[in-house]
Ligand binder design. Structure first.
Ligand SMILES: [Zn+2]
Length: 432
């Protein structure tokens, strides 16, 4: 989308139009009215990523209070939304202040609450206390009056706040997917809520600890990818920086688990996909573009035609099994709860791929056994019988000391993609 500079008269005219609409809604509904806009100083009122963040906050308002009616106006003069609320104005104001303060990006919003008219203008409920400046800790009004920081500095600071918000969301999607994966129960041979699978050196707490330890590194990878756009880094240069962050994540994982490799595959795969998310956002592309961007990172450091396996194979081929699994979980989830959808999807992956962990522990015959069992159980056609059969399968996998860790990594990454879709891309990234 094009970012268009707006003149001061245009800004004033737009503001007037917005106020008139607020007044209309107050007169019509005789109720509390919220007007939410983003607060960017200078001549650009829509910035990169701002519409996505704006849509996310509309959703937050809708969830925080009972809304009778709402409408959104997208415009190069600044996006704004009106909400007609059922609750009394003081209660709504308190909730809106809380929203503004709930995260750093809330500081970019003006969420004004009105009730009734005063001298022919909407009567605004004032907030308690002053808002702080984006850059320093002084009251915002002081810095804006004295133009303390310069328009360019405030604008780039605002964009950085939005990038940090998106990087935070990405790391939360990653963390939640790791937790969802390990909590999916029953999983044959793998650590779950029932048992440690075929593992004697780790349990579900090791996964909780390592998921928490590696979460900040997904944030770092996402932010590094944002920075690479500011600094015009090549994909190869970016990938070198990401590899360094990946190694730091591995060290943190090892120290959280006393030296046990719980989630190395997830650092790699979900890390790459996290960066693919940022690349897709920066290029104003949709969800479907993520795998190809993530693939481009891996291909930038690929040396010759060395055959690769497992996670690397998946990445070099733009994550075919992960994407297929994402779609399968979504479809299964229409008829089954989320846990069971993941259990069933996991069996389908076991049927599909050559799991390197199974091969390492059980050789070719181990792999054949896993496939045959998965195939047999899938013939129960997603009935309750199927879950019972998975419990027996789990016991047999433990007896044979087999663990499909590669399949678990695919499941975690598939859940990650689902989280990203629901929490970021469904807010309509493509800016008008
Ligand atoms: Zn300041």
């Amino acid at each position: 989308m094009e970012y268009i500079a707006i003149s001061l008269p245009e800004i004033m005219e737009h503001r007037e139009k917005r106020t008139m609409r607020t007044a209309e809604l107050i007169r019509k509904h005789q109720s509390t009215v919220v007007c939410m806009s983003m607060n960017f100083i200078g001549e650009y009122k829509v910035l990169k990523h701002s519409r996505l963040i704006f849509n996310m906050f509309c959703e937050k308002v809708l969830r925080s209070t009972q809304v009778r009616f709402h409408e959104v106006e997208y415009s190069t003069f600044g996006d704004y939304a009106h909400f007609v609320c059922e609750e009394n104005p003081e209660a709504v104001k308190a909730k809106m202040c809380k929203l503004e303060e709930s995260c750093e990006v809330g500081r970019l919003f003006d969420i004004d609450v009105y009730y009734g008219m005063e001298n022919d203008s909407p009567a605004k409920i004032s907030r308690e206390g002053l808002r702080k400046c984006l850059i320093c800790d002084k009251p915002a009004i002081e810095c804006s009056r004295s133009r303390a920081h310069g328009i360019e500095a405030v604008r780039s600071h605002s964009i950085d706040i939005m990038k940090r918000h998106l990087a935070t969301l990405i790391s939360e999607c990653a963390y939640d997917s790791l937790i969802s994966e390990v909590e999916t129960t029953p999983k044959p041979g793998l650590v779950d809520k029932n048992n440690n699978g075929s593992h004697t050196d780790m349990n579900i707490n090791s996964f909780y600890a390592s998921s928490l330890a590696i979460k900040p590194f997904y944030y770092d990878m996402a932010l590094e990818t944002f920075k690479s756009f500011d600094n015009n880094l090549s994909i190869f240069e970016l990938m070198l920086r990401l590899q360094a962050i990946g190694r730091a994540a591995e060290t943190a994982m090892m120290s959280a688990t006393n030296g046990i490799n719980t989630q190395l595959g997830a650092i790699y795969t979900i890390g790459l996909l996290s960066c693919g998310v940022v690349m897709s956002l920066e290029h104003s592309q949709c969800f479907d573009a993520i795998p190809n961007y993530a693939q481009s990172l891996v291909l930038s450091v690929k040396v010759g035609d060395i055959p690769s396996f497992g996670a690397r194979f998946e990445a070099e081929n733009a994550f075919p099994n992960i994407l297929a699994t994402t779609r399968r979980i979504q479809i299964l989830n229409n008829e089954h709860n989320f846990n069971n959808s993941c259990v069933f999807a996991l069996l389908e992956i076991m049927l599909l791929i050559d799991d390197t962990n199974v091969l390492r522990r059980g050789g070719e015959s181990g792999l054949i056994f896993v496939r045959e069992q998965a195939k047999r159980i899938l013939e129960f056609n997603y009935s309750n019988e199927m879950l019972k059969a998975v419990l027996d399968f789990d016991n047999e996998m433990i007896r044979r000391n087999l663990s499909p860790g590669g399949c678990a990594d695919i499941l975690a990454a598939a859940i990650f993609m689902l989280n990203i879709k629901q929490r970021i891309f469904e807010y309509g990234y493509t800016q008008k």
